[in-house]
Write a protein that binds this ligand. Structure first.
Ligand SMILES: Cc1ncc(C[n+]2csc(CCOP(=O)(O)OP(=O)(O)O)c2C)c(N)n1
Length: 708
């Protein structure tokens, strides 16, 4: 209303309009014209009128200021327009409403998500696509007694808002605030760990079977999984088991044809082609219910009948429904944005015996036009203007590049020279900048879907046949491919370059996404080379080195975010494998670092030397495996005090390797290890978390001066 008033009465220079410069110019032009008129005007009333006109810009400015204040207040306080949402604290409140009121709840919920995420960034488009589903689920099911298991959990913002966290939602993803993904430690409505894709079916099946074991016949369990996550191997394992274990699990397939980037692979095509008629399913459901009531059908006969009906249907449609082929009853596809219909269908099917799947078609980013048009960009868009959809991006032109972009650009450069190079990514082409290779050489880059284990083994297969794969997997998701790396790559010493993006603490995505275990989990594996660059030049040189002949499996880990060099395009040169560098001489203390945290350590060393007059040597180890034994002998022989610093868990990582080396070689320096402690680290900015773990400049400095 306020907005409309000001637009109507001429706030030419409204901050929400893009035409600010031209607006001001227009104003100045009119102003000059009026001044001349004033000077030339003869009678008093005309002068009065023109005087008022001259004051208009001032009045306008005051009105604009008022407008701005009101707008800020509106953004901060509870909008009065939330007639229904403001009455819902928990799903019990939602369940008091009539079905007719649900569309309004959805509208307000969507508005709230847009408002909140625009100023407190997080995952966005996925939650807009599940608004209707979320409302219908909490309306129909008796949550939290009934269990809802979200897959990944990036689509569950609506769920958080409806389950007691509406007020706190402005702290979403902030240090000590609402967690980035549903977590049972935060709420009873969050039933399982969320973060890594494709686990919902297995977890929910476990819960459904547990409920049956405990005799809790009235407890329902629902898994919600996206089409992208459905492509993960774990989801298929869950489906396979669900089809043969007695259970009443309901799986909801949230099909928006998107992963973070566009969905890929056969499952996507399959879902697209699925032509099962909604009417047919409705008819079959109603008939079987009638037959049950008449006593003509029981559970045993039902299964045989379903199989018979499925085969008839497949014959008619000339297509087998993959789910029904597994004895999982299939419903849909239905419109995922018709909340009343979803609620009705859920009511109809919730008490059916046996596993079932409901297929929803949804639009990622629904209700926010820019997000509907570009759901990949709007997966996690950063801050934006909720009215215009303009993303508020900081000027990064004078900043060092993102490590992921250095990877992406260098890969293209290398691939141009080496025809054996191919790129492999499990569903993260944009996230790891493999899209650069995809754009330049589409036939040499492979997005294999959310399938980390497969990505590793697939790379192994290509390497076996003479290709040189660069397989890029986020450090925390690489946990999924542990056996594949040992069994399908390391054992045969296949030359796969495993690039671990997002290694170290990653910030707001929290404990499920921190890439802190890789050094510890890869270190015991024979045949692996494990490296971490301290800066962009080192990353490029390591990538170059890794693809030279006979290097075997080669791990390169680097963090989320930006490097330290503006001029990052150095010549590509070989680095001797297993060779670290002495960055600085010193007498009193040796600091050994691995990876970019070495830059923070260098600053702390400089301060400590200045403040305390101590002399500190600094070594960049570069390779965790093989260890630079000459470098470590030098340290063991010359230093009583050693500090190791790594952006990974202390237990089993680089510090542990150095402790072992010193013990094995009878050196007895006092070793202080800086790294991630033996705990799951919460979410917050990377700076906050480094501070928490004593890994920021201050924390390192304090450790360095302890013995001085
Ligand atoms: C094991 C694993 N690999 C990769 C990711 C990164 N990731 C987060 S969301 C997402 C896309 C999920 O797609 P879908 O399940 O279809 O959900 P949508 O975003 O389309 O709603 C991916 C790849 C992850 N969370 N877990």
């Amino acid at each position: 209303m306020v907005e409309r008033f000001f637009y109507q009465y001429g706030t030419i220079f409204s901050p929400w309009r893009n035409d600010l410069p031209s607006g001001i110019f227009f104003l100045n032009y009119r102003q000059n014209k009026k001044c001349n008129l004033y000077r030339e005007s003869k009678n008093r009333s005309e002068q009065k009128r023109l005087f008022f006109l001259l004051k208009l810009p001032v009045i306008r400015f005051l009105l604009l200021f008022l407008h701005f204040v009101i707008f800020r207040l509106e953004m901060r306080t509870e909008p009065t327009t939330y007639n229904l949402l403001s009455t819902i604290t928990f799903p019990e409140d939602l369940r008091q409403l009539s079905v007719e009121e649900l569309p309004e709840v959805c509208k307000e919920l969507r508005q709230d998500i847009i408002k909140e995420v625009s100023c407190n960034p997080g995952h966005f488009a996925a939650s807009l696509g599940t608004v209707e589903l979320t409302v219908a689920l909490h309306y129909v099911f008796n949550t939290p007694y009934d269990r809802i298991v979200w897959d990944v959990g990036h689509q569950a913002y609506g769920h958080k808002i409806l389950t007691g966290r509406r007020e706190a939602f402005s702290t979403n993803r902030k240090f000590k605030g609402v967690r980035p993904f549903p977590s049972p430690e935060e709420s009873d409505y969050d039933t399982f760990t969320c973060g890594h894709a494709s686990n919902s079916i297995s977890a929910a099946l476990g819960m459904a079977v547990a409920a049956a074991e405990k005799g809790e016949k009235d407890r329902h369990v629902v898994a919600i999984i996206g089409d992208g996550s459905m492509s993960g191997g774990l989801a298929f394992e869950g489906l396979n088991n669900a089809s043969s274990t007695p259970n009443n699990l309901l799986i909801i397939l949230n099909d928006n044809d998107m992963s973070i980037d566009r969905s890929v692979g056969g499952m996507k095509q399959y879902l697209f082609n699925l032509t099962t008629s909604n009417r047919y399913n409705q008819l079959r459901f109603k008939t079987s219910r009638l037959l049950f009531k008449m006593g003509l059908l029981n559970e045993d006969r039902r299964k045989a009948l379903i199989r018979f009906a499925n085969s008839l249907k497949s014959m008619a449609a000339q297509q087998q429904n993959i789910f029904e082929g597994m004895n999982i009853r299939y419903f849909g596809p239905i419109n995922g944005h018709d909340v009343k219909n979803i609620a009705r269908v859920l009511r109809d099917i919730k008490d059916m015996q046996g596993p079932k799947i409901l297929h929803l078609h949804t639009v990622k980013g629904k209700g926010f036009e820019p997000a509907e048009k570009n759901p990949d960009i709007w997966h996690a868009p950063g801050k934006f203007d909720p009215k215009t959809g303009k993303r508020l991006k900081a000027d990064t032109s004078n900043l060092p590049p993102l490590y992921q972009d250095v990877f992406g650009e260098t890969l293209v450069e290398l691939a141009k020279e080496n025809p054996r190079i191919v790129g492999v990514t499990p569903a993260m082409p944009t996230g790891c900048s493999m899209n650069k290779l995809m754009d330049t050489m589409p036939d040499r880059a492979f997005d294999v879907g959310i399938a980390e284990g497969h990505a590793a083994t697939f790379s192994g297969g290509m390497a076996k046949e003479g290709m040189q794969p660069f397989c890029n997997i986020y450090s925390s998701f690489m946990q999924r491919a542990y056996d594949n790396v040992i069994h399908d790559i390391a054992l045969l010493r296949l030359p796969v370059v495993l690039c671990l993006d997002r290694a170290g603490l990653v910030g707001e995505d929290g404990p499920t996404h921190h890439g802190v275990f890789d050094l510890a989990y890869f270190r015991p594996i024979p045949n692996l080379t494990i490296s971490s660059p301290m800066d962009e030049h080192e990353l490029r040189r390591l990538m170059y080195t890794a693809q030279l002949s006979d290097k075997g499996p080669f791990v390169i880990r680097y963090p989320r975010g930006r490097g330290v060099l503006l001029d990052w395009k150095c010549p590509l040169e070989e680095i001797p494998v297993g060779k670290g560098r002495k960055l600085k001489e010193g007498k009193d203390l040796a600091v050994i670092t691995l990876g970019p945290i070495g830059n923070v350590a260098a600053r702390a060393i400089e301060r400590a030397e200045k403040d305390k007059g101590i002399s500190i040597a600094h070594y960049d180890l570069r390779f965790l495996k093989p260890l630079d034994e000459a470098l470590l002998h030098e340290v063991g022989l010359n230093f009583q005090h050693v500090v190791t610093i790594e952006d990974g868990v202390k237990k089993g990582g680089m510090g542990s390797a150095i402790l072992e080396f010193m013990a094995d070689n009878d050196y007895i320096p006092h070793i202080r290890r800086i790294g991630v402690p033996d705990a799951f680290i919460e979410h917050g900015t990377i700076q906050e978390l480094h501070h928490l773990c004593g890994m920021d400049e201050e924390g390192i400095y304090n450790q360095l001066i302890i013995d001085s």
